[in-house]
Ligand binder design. Structure first.
Ligand code: SF4
Length: 339
C-alpha cells in the first residue's frame, strides 16, 4: 500500500552553504550559495524546486545526495532530515549506503553519469550487487527487468552496449533504470528533460510519474522551467539567490503566485502567457553568490521594490492571500503590479 502523503520523508531545515575560493592574490572570496533553505517533501510526493541557473537548485540536491565537494564547499549550518535522521551527521560510509540504495539521482546529461568504459549491463548489475547483495545471475535478470520497467526492450543486446552506442532517449532511460534499481525512497531528478526534444521530454516526465506511483517513491524535481513542472508536481518551491522565495501546492502557486519573481517566471514562459499576451523576459540576471544584494536579493530586478526592500531581508510568510501552506518571502505581498 502506498504510504500516506502527509508523512514527511525529507525535511531540509535552514541549510546554509558557502564556497571559499582563492583569488590568487592571497585573498579568499566567499560565495554564499545557499542562505538558509527550508523544504519539506512528503512520502509519495513530487516537490519541484524551480529557479534560474545559479540560484542554488543543484547545490541543494548535491547536498541531499551527499556529493558536495568539501572543500571548497562548506555546510555552515542546517539539517537534512531523511526519515527523521540527519544525513549531515552520518559518516561517509553511512552516506554511501544511503546513496544509491535509498536516495538516487538522475541528471540532465546521462553521458556524464554513465561510465563510457563499462557496458550498461555491468553498470546496472554493479548497483544491485553492491546494494541488494544479489548474485551475478539474479542481478542480470534484475537488469533485464529494469529495462522493461523504463520502457526499453528486454534485451541482452542493450545490456551489452556501451553508452555511446545508445540514442539520447535510451541513455536517459538506462540512467533512470540504474537510479531505480534498488527501489529508492527518494529520486532526485536534476533537469532530466532539459537536453531533450519536446516529445522525448514528455515521455520521460510520464515515465518518472509512472515509476513514482509504481515504486511509491518521492521525487525532488529540479528545473528552471515552471512550464515543465506543472504536470508533475504536487508542491513547488521557487528558489532565488540561495533562498526559497515562494512555496506552495502546485494549484496555489499556479493560480495565485505571491512573489514577484514567481510572477515574472510565469510571464516568461509561453504556456503561462494568457491568450497570447506578450512574453516578458526577466530583467537582469541572478546575482553572483559572492555579491548578494542587501535586503531582498531580488530588489535590483523587482518591478515593485520599495525602500524597505533594499535594507531588510523579507521573511517567509503567508499573509492570508494564499492557501494555508502557501508562503512567500516578500515585504509587499499583494502590492498592485505595474501595467
Ligand atoms: Fe520585490 Fe521587495 Fe518583494 Fe523583494 S521584498 S520581491 S524587492 S517587493
Amino acid at each position: 500500500m502506498a504510504p500516506a502523503k502527509s508523512e514527511t520523508l525529507l525535511q531540509i531545515n535552514d541549510l546554509d552553504v558557502t564556497f571559499e575560493q582563492s583569488r590568487g592574490d592571497l585573498q579568499i572570496e566567499t560565495a554564499h550559495a545557499l542562505r538558509g533553505i527550508d523544504l519539506t517533501l512528503g512520502r509519495g510526493e513530487v516537490h519541484s524546486l524551480v529557479g534560474e541557473s545559479g540560484s542554488g537548485k543543484t547545490i541543494t540536491s548535491t547536498c541531499v545526495i551527499g556529493l558536495l565537494p568539501m572543500p571548497p564547499g562548506k555546510i555552515n549550518h542546517g539539517q537534512l532530515l531523511f526519515k527523521g535522521r540527519d544525513l549531515l551527521k552520518l559518516s561517509e560510509a553511512e552516506r554511501r549506503k544511503v546513496r544509491g540504495r535509498e536516495i538516487a539521482m538522475i541528471f540532465q546529461e546521462p553521458a556524464k553519469y554513465l561510465n563510457p568504459a563499462l557496458k550498461v549491463g555491468e553498470q546496472i548489475t554493479e548497483m544491485v550487487i553492491l546494494h541488494l547483495g544479489m548474485d551475478k545471475i539474479k542481478a542480470g535478470e534484475r537488469a533485464l527487468d529494469l529495462l522493461e520497467v523504463v520502457g526499453l526492450e528486454r534485451s541482452k543486446r542493450i545490456l551489452k552496449s556501451y553508452a555511446h552506442e545508445l540514442s539520447g532517449g535510451m541513455k536517459q532511460r538506462v540512467m533512470i533504470a540504474m537510479a531505480i534499481s534498488c527501489n529508492p525512497l527518494l529520486l532526485i531528478a536534476d533537469e532530466p528533460t532539459t537536453a531533450l526534444d519536446v516529445t522525448l521530454q514528455l515521455q520521460i516526465l510520464k515515465l518518472i510519474l509512472k515509476l513514482k506511483n509504481q515504486l511509491s517513491m518521492s521525487v525532488l524535481f529540479i528545473s528552471h522551467d515552471l512550464g515543465v513542472v506543472y504536470n508533475i508536481s504536487d508542491r513547488i518551491s521557487v528558489i532565488y539567490a540561495g533562498k526559497i522565495v515562494e512555496s506552495g501546492s502546485r494549484e496555489d502557486v499556479f493560480s495565485k503566485p505571491l512573489h514577484p519573481y514567481t510572477r515574472l517566471l510565469f510571464l516568461s514562459i509561453p504556456e503561462a502567457g494568457k491568450g497570447g499576451s506578450r512574453l516578458r523576459a526577466i530583467p537582469g540576471s541572478v546575482p553572483d553568490a559572492e555579491h548578494i544584494p542587501s535586503g531582498c536579493a531580488f530588489h535590483p530586478r523587482c518591478p515593485i521594490a520599495e525602500d524597505i526592500c533594499r535594507t531588510e531581508i523579507p521573511r517567509s510568510r503567508n499573509n492570508g492571500q494564499g492557501g494555508a501552506h502557501h508562503t512567500a518571502a516578500c515585504h509587499l505581498i499583494g502590492k498592485k503590479w505595474p501595467d
